[in-house]
Design a protein around this ligand. Sequence first.
Ligand code: NAI
Length: 697
Amino acid sequence: MSASYEVRDGVAVITLNNPPVNGLGYETRRAVAEGIERAQADAAVKAVVLCGAGRAFSGGADIREFGSPKATAEPNLISLINLVEASDKPVVAALHGTAMGGGLELALGCHYRVAAADTNVALPEVKIGLVPGAGGTQRLPRAIGVEAALNMIVSGEPVKSELLAQIPGQVLFQKIVEGDLVAGAIAYANEIAAARPLPRVRDRKSSHPQGDAYFQFARNTVKAMAKQFPAPARCVDCVEQSTKLPFDVGMVYEREAFVALMLTPECKALRHAFFAERAASKIPDVPDDTPVRQVKKLAVIGAGTMGGGIAMNFLNAGIPVVMLEMKQEALDKGVATIRKNYEAQVKKGKLKADKYEQRMSLLSTTLNYADLKDADMVIEAVFEDLGVKEKVFTTLDEVMKPGAILASNTSTLDMNRIAAFTKRPQDVVGTHFFSPANVMKLLEVVRAEKTAKDVLATVMQLGKKIRKTCVVSGVCDGFIGNRMIEQYSRQAGFLLEEGATPAQVDRAIEKFGFAMGPFRMGDLAGNDIGWAIRKRRYVEKPHMRYSKTADLLCELGRYGQKTGAGWYDYQAGKRDAIPSKLVEDMIAKHRAELGITPRKIGDEEIVHRLVYALVNEGAKIVEEGIASKASDIDMVYLTGYGFPLHRGGPMCYADTQGLFNVVQAMKRFQRNPHDDAAFWEPAPLLAKLAAEGKTFS
Ligand code: NAI
C-alpha cells in the first residue's frame, strides 16, 4: 500500500507512503483515490487530512514511472485532483519537508492547506523543460497572486512555506503549524469541518492590475534569460491565460502547452540530463548498499592550481583539510590564493565573513608527512610527472593509516601504475577534478584495476557531499573527457588546414551552443598546455596525424591571453578576441606547404565534424567499458566541457540526429583526403546501433 488510511478524532488521515519522497506513482494515486472514496462513505468521518510519511509531503510525479504507461494510468494526477476537489467533505493537505510539482498541485486541489515551517514549496517542471501539467499554472496564481506564482513557476526554485504564508491575501496556507503537523492538521480539520461551501482554489480570480504591461515585461525578461529554452516563455503564457480564461479552459491551455513542450528537443535534452545525472551515480557492480569508509579529515599534496581548489571544496563542506608541500613558500602561496578566492566571494556578498573564517579555520598546512597520519583520505595534486608521483605514493604508503583512501588528481597518467607504487592498490583511486576545481561541477572518478568497491562507493558519496557530479571512468589516456576532446581538437586543426579561419570555427560551434569555441578556449586556457601534451602524446602515437598549426602558433610564443596573443590578437587589459592577420597568414603558409587548396567550409560541416568526433570516440569509450553507459559521457560533457545543455550532450545529440545519419556523415568525412579516414570509421557500437535503428539511450 503506498498510502495508508486511518480515522483519528473523526478525521480520515490519508498518509502518502511511497519512499523516498512520496512520488505520486500509480499505486499511490489509486490509494489516495480509494481513501477519499472511503471517507465519503463513512458517516463517522467529518473531514480528511492528506499528509506524507517520512521526510516529505510529496516530491511530485514518480520519476521511476516516467515514460511507462503507469505514469498516465487512471486515476492520473489530474483525475485525482478533480476527485479530491469534488469531495463532499473538506480535505486538508498537511505539508512538510517538500511539496513540489505534482505534490503541490495535489495540495492546491484540496480545500485547505496547512504546513510545517521550513517546507520547500516549488513547481520545478521548468527545469526539465516543461510547464506544470496538473493545474499548477492555473491554481497557483489564484492562490498566491500572479507575480509570486509566476516567479515560482518560471524559476522552478523552492520557496519556504512560512514566506509564502506572509503574502497578503494568499490562500495557499491557512496555517503554519508548530509542533506535531498531523495533530495540528486534524485539529484544524475539526475547526472547519462544518463550514460550507467548501472553498476551491479554482473558484478564485486570477488577476493583475497592470496585466498586459506586466506580462509583456515578464515575457521580455524571460526571453533574455531562457535563451534556447522554450518552456519559461510558455510558463508566462499559461499564467497570463489564468487571468483571461475561465478555469477549465485555462486547464486545456496548460495541457496543450505541456504536451507541445514534451515533444521539443530542448525538453528531451533536459529530461535526458536529469536522468543521466541520477544514472551516473550508479555503478553497475557496486550496489547501493555497499558500505562506505568514514572520511572525516582530508590531506592534499601540492598547493598549486588544483590542490588549492580541491581543498576549498572540502572546506566548504565542513571537512578539515591538511595541505602538504615541499617548501614553506609554496604553502604560503597556496593558502594566499585560497584566501583571495574566499575574499572575492565575501566581497560579492556570496559568502558571509564568519563563514569564511570558519572555513579557513578548518585548513592546516605542513611540510611533514608525519602530520598526515590521522587523515582518512589523501588527494595528490603534484606535478604531472610519473617519477614525482612515484615518490609521493611510496611515501604515502608508508605514512597513511590502514584503510585510508589514496587518490590522485592526475589528468593523463596511468592510474594502475600509480596504484602499483603502493602495497595497497585496492585503496588507490583517481579523482580527476576540473579547473577551477572549486567551481567546476565535474569529477571524474577513475577506477583502477584493483580499486576496491567500497573505495569507489565512498568517493562517489563524498563527491556528492562536495556537490560534484561524479562520473566513473576506467583507466585510459585522458579518461573520458580529455580522450574525447583530443579528437575534437584534431578536427578543429584539420578545418584550419582545409580553409576555415579560427573565428569561423569558433562562431559555428558557439552558434551551436558551446560557450566558447576551441580557439577562444585555447587562448583562455593557454595554448602551451596542449603543446606540451602533444609533444608527449604524438611521440607515443606516431600513427595519429594532427594539424601542426597549433604547434606553429606556440613556436611564435602566442600562448593566448596570458601572452597577449594567441589564435587571436588581444588589446592590453581586454579579453575581446580580435581575428589576427598574422595567424591567418601563418595558416595559409602552412596550408600551401601541405599542398591544400582552401575551400569554403559551411557551419554545418564544422559543427558535425567537431561533435561527431566526440561521438565516435565516445562510442569507443562505451564499447571498451571505460564508461559504463553513453549517458555518463553526456554528463561529462555537460558538466565539464560546456556542451550546450539544450542539446543534452554529444551522445544524446547523435540520438536526436539519428544514428543512421551520423554514420552517413562519418562516411562522407572518410572520403575527404585531408581528414583522418581511419578515425572516421564508425565505431562498431555506433555502426551496430545505426544498423539496428537503435539509439545510445
Ligand atoms: P601546479 O604546478 O599548479 O601545482 C603543483 C604543486 O605541487 C606545486 O605547488 C608544487 O610545489 C607541488 N609539488 C610538486 N612536487 C611535490 C611533492 N613531491 N610534494 C609536495 N608537493 C609537490 O600543478 P596543477 O595544475 O595544480 O596540477 C596538479 C595535478 O593536477 C597534475 O597531476 C595535473 O595533471 C592535474 N590536473 C591539472 C589540471 C589543470 O587544469 N591545471 C586539471 C586536472 C588535473
